[in-house]
Design a protein around this ligand. Structure first.
Ligand code: FEO
Length: 376
């Protein structure tokens, strides 16, 4: 029997101090109740009492035999001290790296009982439940491991999403933003994990954030396969622009209007959530970057955006460039440098467009050519 004992965090403003989570966040935790009892992960420190109350309700006055720590990031390990204060004899289960990090984050912690597991180890909980440990380094930290119990995968951060469980928002959108924001850099490791899990015949996924995945399992695995191999989900176009006085914006809008494609979007980088912009850049096959020159460099929001993509191994896309600069335009050169140095396997399509202020008849002509190139 598996019972949910996690919590919803409706107070968090920025998850990891950077991601806007208007619907909060869930920190999931479960109790597996067999002849032996295992608590799967803890929660963020501020929710320790609520979580311990949830555990108490399902324990029937028993003491848990195991506390399994799949991931040491404090949104999941934050209540470990509170737990061990209440249940000091419970055996803490982790791997060699888990216990190193446990000491780093909680130097005062005294462990009465611990069990160090290796990749593939099993712990039987009784007649019905048995945990098999599957190491998943760098999904999202090096110590991350998962466990499988009768085809049910406790997946740590993987397959999670932003948003508290009490809200029913769009799984794809908030899981995509979460994936590209938090795990996206580690596509290779995520893809290896998907392959490693194949023999387990997974029938449900219980991530540390977001809802249980069961009915939509095939769809979710399909999306994770695409995301982890950096494939676009849509052949359309997303235009990302920055504009100081509106001229670059006018060019970007003209391009967007002339494209007349259902699968196209236009985003003002100065007024759009960065993590959402990043996830849109991964979603589409083709992107347009339109940017003014500023202090002999890129306008700051474009630089931040390109940095965020580079950190996440952006690759395999078709990119068009538009620059604006009154006396020494250099934005296209700078954007091309980013693409050449930090992005992999991206094609820059022609024409690359230079504006020196307002749109001219030459700009219009060039934009028309770009429309044709983007529609190919
Ligand atoms: Fe939800 Fe990597 O912590």
């Amino acid at each position: 029997m598996i019972k949910y004992v996690g919590v919803d965090d409706l107070n968090v403003d920025l998850f990891e101090s950077q991601y806007v989570v208007k619907n909060g966040m869930s920190y999931n935790s479960y109790v597996i109740y067999d002849e032996k009892i295992a608590v799967m992960d803890t929660v963020e420190f501020a929710y320790a009492n609520e979580w311990l109350e949830n555990i108490k309700k399902v324990l029937n006055k028993k003491v848990p035999d195991y506390l399994v720590l799949h991931h040491m990031e404090p949104d999941h390990s934050g209540a470990v001290q509170a737990f061990l204060k209440k249940y000091p004899t419970t055996t803490v289960v982790g791997n060699a790296k888990t216990f190193v990090m446990l000491k780093q984050f909680y130097p005062q912690l005294v462990l009465a009982n611990k069990k160090e597991v290796k990749d593939g180890d099993k712990i039987s909980l009784g007649k019905n439940d048995s945990l098999t440990f599957v190491f998943a380094p760098m999904v999202h930290w090096p110590e991350v491991m998962m466990s499988v119990d009768n085809g049910i995968l406790f997946s740590a951060d993987a397959f999670g999403k932003f948003g508290a469980l009490k809200f029913e928002d769009n799984w794809d959108d908030e899981a995509r933003r979460y994936y590209h924001g938090i795990i996206g850099k580690y596509g290779v490791q995520v893809n290896q994990l998907i392959k490693k899990l194949t023999p387990f015949n997974i029938r449900a996924i219980l991530p540390l954030h977001g809802p249980i995945i069961k009915e939509t399992l095939a769809h979710v695995i399909d999306l994770y396969t695409k995301w982890s191999t950096y494939q676009p989900e849509d052949n359309g176009v997303c235009i990302f622009y920055a504009s100081i006085y509106g001229n670059t914006r006018k060019a970007a809008m003209r391009l967007y209007d002339q494209l007349q494609m259902k699968n196209s979007e236009i985003i003002d980088l100065a007024r759009f959530d960065l993590s959402e912009a990043v996830s849109k850049a991964f979603y589409y096959k083709k992107i347009v970057l339109a940017c003014p020159t500023y202090n002999g460099d890129l306008f700051p929001v474009m630089k931040t955006f390109l940095n965020a993509l580079a950190e996440r191994n952006y690759q395999g896309r078709t990119i068009a460039l538009i620059e604006n600069g009154s006396w020494a335009p250099i934005a296209n050169k700078k954007m091309k440098e980013y693409i050449d140095v930090y992005f992999k396997n991206c094609d820059i399509i022609t024409p690359t467009i230079t504006m020196k202020g307002a749109i001219t008849s030459d700009t219009v002509q060039q934009l028309n050519l770009l429309v044709g190139a983007l529609k190919k």
